[in-house]
Design a protein around this ligand. Sequence first.
Ligand code: ADP
Length: 477
Amino acid sequence: MKNRKNISILNNNTPWKRLLVMSLRNRIAFYYTVATAFLIAMVFTITYLIVESVVYKQFDEKIKTEISEILSKAHITTKDFKGFASFQELDNNDSIDTEFVQVVNMIGEVVKKSSTLSWCALAFNPNQSGSTYFNNSFAGSVVRQAQVPLINPNGVTEGYLIVAVPLKNAIIVLNDLRNVFLYSFPAILFTLFVCTRMIAGKSIRPIERVIATAERMTQENLHQRIALPFHHDELYRLSSTINDLLDRLQEAFHREKQFTADASHELKTPLSTVKGTLEVLIRKPREKEHYESRIQFCLVELNRMAKLIDQLLMLARYESSSMRPNIERVSLLPHIEEVIDRMKGYAIEKNISIKMDQKESVSVAADPAILEMIFVNILSNAIKYSPGGSFITIAVERKSNTIVCSIADQGIGIPEEKINAVFERFYRVDTSRNSGTGGTGLGLSIVKKLADLQKIKVSLTSEKNIGTTFMLTIPSA
Ligand code: ADP
């Protein structure tokens, strides 16, 4: 029940959710329009307020002049305000700008008024002390009004002079301005949204091309690339980054394909050799020595296959990054001596001597188990590809904050042009030359992988029929 409730909340197609899932160009247009709407609203409001205040200021000035004119003619001595002119000179019934003038006593009774007011009277506010300007409605229309206290020479307020001017024309102008702003606002926003949507659509067209190319892409057509946009902008960078990624993917995919093909080939060859040998052997009875030599041959092939499978598994483990090196401080010399002890039997069998001159103790930062695998592989190669009676020399040297360990043999060497290729998977310099060595062509690629895992640099120098030297540059601890 609870689950169903959650699902219904997720599926709830609220306008906000719809807004979140709307297309990029709609979103760009929407956000742009919202931001511009705020700006336009602000500009319109400020403009309206400025126009309004300018208009009112003009009316206020007019009222002010009027008041000072009236007051200059008046002489307030008694409460009946005899000193006031009859306001005749203000009467102008034909004019729209006719002023309304009115004098009230302290209790708000109209004492005098201009004929423009006829039977009406302007509103009096007994609580207003100073002279302020405000809008008021009078006889169905809006007026700008001011109310000033009438103070006699003794400083006593005797009444109030109220002056008003009609705002009719100004109000029409202000209303028109407000209507223009109000009606043009949605029209501007709508036009802006449509235009921005169009421009955004045009700008993100390269993204649509990226999507279309990515959708067409499968393992079979990994060679396809996204057409780069004309402008060197962010979309150009996005497209070229995706193209670079596709390059790397294609290469990795090709390598994987090659690896599978090579691995199956390498496994099939010894398998068919063993199968063929056994089939020939079973056809008729043979001498005991013949059986022994053929079985011995099959065992060598099977051992090679077992080694190959082990190495393939190891490579797969490292490539899937399921193995993390456990870096620690390793005392290098005892470590190398242990490896030499392990390989001693094999070296003696081939009458090869392994020498290590270094006696000074050095420590490196490495995973001891992985470091041992690297040494075993390089040393076994040195023994494998060296003639009997030769020497293998191991030297250790400190160079700034690294330790350089070199393993030099006096073996068959590697031709210069093939030196870099020996680290590739399944690469063997000369398959006929190496036949009988039980080599798989995987040893050095594993060495490279293991070295990369712990920031060890592997390099080699070699001269044909003179010897090969492998150099390991290991971070010191
Ligand atoms: P393999 O199992 O064939 O030895 P590796 O990856 O260990 O495979 O070596 C790749 C190739 O590099 C070898 O087949 C061999 O031809 C060459 N090689 C490696 N080490 C030596 C060496 N010390 N002297 C001469 N050739 C070597």
